[in-house]
Design a protein around this ligand. Structure first.
Ligand SMILES: Nc1ncnc2c1ncn2[C@@H]1O[C@H](COP(=O)(O)OP(=O)(O)OP(=O)(O)O)[C@@H](O)[C@H]1O
Ligand SMILES: [Mg+2]
Length: 250
């Protein structure tokens, strides 16, 4: 396995407040190609900040390398999916939302744009909703579109910041299952933030627990056979270990 993302001595200090705040301090992390990494950590420990640095939305000291090359600004090799249901342009249809980054890149051929959006929508089972506007979709459907929009760009790394946190339990389970299938079929690497230990165990092939300052206090491989359920062998022990790591370092 080769390393797709290397984070070296990443330090992020927010200075846009009266008091300077060091949120991430000398974070070092390596992530393999096609990894599905779940990140757990207490509120405010810097998870979103870490993703925003990787996405190129923040200034920081240290290095972030994708395939060995330094990245400091946003690019279509790293795409973020947010928790917020309102991450789509409300005035554009589902297909136009997905096509938009390609239009910006200069693609104007309607057939080509249609092919891009319909292929992406198929992956999230929303082919029939191409002409809908975001306000005509449920929260779960909006998150599916956001995932399709990310997949269409075929990024090296998909950065997901609690994308299912605001969904009801059943929709959440459906989306987790779909995401697992998608991750199996795509060549992207996934970094998925969650507050939910069960979600981390169901999705993550690797799970880390971050503490304040962005230190990884726990870094586990999850080799449980898929699909993982609470009845899977080893589930209870891993859940306990992750919970302890979260509890010891609140
Ligand atoms: N733009 C900003 N300016 C100043 N401080 C910020 C900014 N964004 C985040 N912070 C601070 O950085 C710290 C980490 O925030 P961050 O959003 O990364 O945490 P988190 O781990 O994602 O939390 P949660 O689990 O609640 O989403 C917090 O103390 C927050 O106040
Ligand atoms: Mg956050």
């Amino acid at each position: 396995m080769s390393t797709v993302l290397k984070i070296q001595d990443l330090t992020k200090i927010y200075t846009d407040q009266a008091v300077k705040q060091t949120v991430l301090e000398n974070v070092n992390l390596e992530i393999d190609e096609r990894e599905f990494l779940c990140v757990l950590g207490p509120s405010g420990c810097g998870k979103t900040t870490l993703l925003r640095c990787i996405a190129g939305f923040e200034e920081y000291s240290g290095k972030i390398l994708v395939d060995g090359e330094e990245r400091k600004t946003p690019g279509t090799d790293r795409i973020m999916v947010f928790q917020d249901f309102n991450q789509l342009f409300p005035w554009k249809t589902v297909e136009k939302n997905i096509q938009y980054p390609f239009v910006i890149k200069g693609i104007r051929n309607k057939a080509e744009l249609h092919e891009i959006s319909s292929e992406a929508l198929k992956k999230v089972k929303l082919e029939k909703y191409a002409k809908y506007y975001p306000f005509q979709l449920s929260g779960g459907m909006k998150q599916r579109v956001a995932i399709a929009k990310a997949l269409a760009l075929k990024p090296k790394i998909i950065l997901m910041d609690e994308p299912f946190a605001a969904l009801d339990a059943m929709t959440r389970r459906d989306l987790q299952n779909e995401l697992l299938k998608i991750a199996d079929e795509e060549s992207s690497t996934f970094i998925f933030i969650t507050h939910n230990i069960q979600e981390a165990i169901i999705l993550g092939k690797r799970i880390i627990v971050l503490t304040k300052g962005g230190e990884a206090v726990c870094d586990k491989r999850n080799t449980m056979e898929r699909p993982v359920t609470p009845a899977s062998e080893g589930y209870g022990a891993l859940w306990q270990e992750l919970r302890d790591a979260l509890y010891i370092h609140p």
